[in-house]
Design a protein around this ligand. Structure first.
Ligand code: F6P
Length: 341
């Protein structure tokens, strides 16, 4: 078989582990693998490369994606879907494995419904895909954010400061909740619960009144103040209709300093959370996803997506991935609340 592989949307650590696993298993079974460059853009432009054993040698610990990625939406291009179908034929693909988040998999779902032989692999640091317990990339992002929170503790403590740390995650607070619990945050603010600024300031004051002279507040980029909208870095929408979030930590820091009188600083972690080498968890999850994706192709189970359920790798309908956003489990958030203030 001739199997195409593409990575779309924001990059994340573990993508290369998936690519390597598919290529290694396919070649050992006598199949051929073709890399599509820059996600759906490469399918539109027939920008491809042969993926042999040499191409995937040494890539397991590497962050990013050797195929490149983009946020290209073929449904926003003239005749986009038919160009993809034509190129699929011309390149001689028997199947395509699309590795991506809600946008890339949303496109994959529509194309699969239209008859293309596609299998999906869920990735995103945001962990907001409904049909899998975890996406790869999330664990690495959480570990990076946790390390940053640890580092911010020592400087906040030395200066008796409050530090508001902003993490990514779009409209879900998974990174904030996990990194906040692991890093011992004194308050965690997530998009799922509008921020009650009174409550945050009271918690900080309570903490300071019991002798603590510093506080770490973790805030998700998509968190909003009660009755306010999300804070944006820019209003422009991407091809999937997403805005660029960012800046809520600065807004919060100002209010906290005014209301508590404590000196407050901001740290926005940004793309550092997506860069660099994947954790062992993400390398293993990516590897298991890649092997399962190849198996689904061989079984001709198209229109399916690989998924982690408990400790098992299973497959689910591709459309389940993008049906609705997976938001933070409130039982987990209750655990975090024990340590607020
Ligand atoms: O979806 C992954 C993610 O990193 C989000 O957490 C974040 O809001 C967005 O991508 C940033 O996008 P970009 O890399 O295009 O700035």
């Amino acid at each position: 078989m001739r199997i195409g592989i593409l990575t779309g949307g924001g990059d994340c650590p573990g993508l290369n582990a998936v690519i390597r696993a598919i290529v290694r298993k396919a070649i050992s079974n006598g199949d051929e693998t073709i890399g599509i460059k820059y996600g759906w853009k490469g399918m539109l432009e027939k920008d491809i490369l042969k993926l042999d054993l040499d191409a995937v040698s040494g890539i397991l610990p590497r962050g990013g994606t050797i195929l490149g990625t983009s946020r290209t939406n073929p449904y926003k291009k003239e005749n986009g879907p038919s160009i993809i179908k034509k190129n699929f034929e011309e390149v001689g693909l028997n199947a395509l494995i699309a590795i991506g988040g809600e946008d890339t998999l949303g496109v994959a779902t529509k194309l699969a419904i239209d008859g293309l032989a596609i299998v999906g692999v869920p990735k995103t640091i945001d962990n907001d895909l409904e049909a899998t317990d975890f996406t790869f990339g999330f664990d690495t992002a959480v570990n990076i954010a946790m390390e940053c929170i640890d580092r911010l503790h020592t400087t906040a403590e030395s200066h008796n400061r409050v530090i508001a740390v902003e993490v990514m995650g779009r409209h879900a607070g998974w990174i904030a909740t996990y990194a906040g619990i692991a890093g011992g945050a004194d308050f965690i603010l997530i998009p799922e619960i509008p921020i009650d600024i009174e409550q945050v300031c009271d918690a900080i004051k309570k903490r300071h009144s019991r002798g603590k002279k510093f506080s770490i507040i973790v805030v998700a980029e998509g968190a909003t103040l009660k009755d306010s909208d999300v804070i944006l870095q820019e209003k422009k929408l991407d091809e999937f209709g997403h805005v660029r979030l960012g800046g809520i930590a600065d807004v919060l820091a100002k209010i906290i300093e005014e209301r508590t009188g404590f000196e407050t600083r901001t740290t926005i972690l940004g793309h550092i959370q997506r860069g660099g080498s994947p954790t062992a968890f993400d390398r293993i999850l990516g590897t298991r996803f890649g092997i399962k994706a190849y198996d689904l192709v061989k079984e001709k189970k198209f229109g399916r997506m690989v998924s982690l359920r408990g400790t098992e790798i299973v497959d689910v309908p591709l459309q389940d991935a993008t049906k609705q956003l997976k938001t933070v489990n409130m039982t987990l958030y209750e655990v975090a609340k024990t340590f607020f203030g």
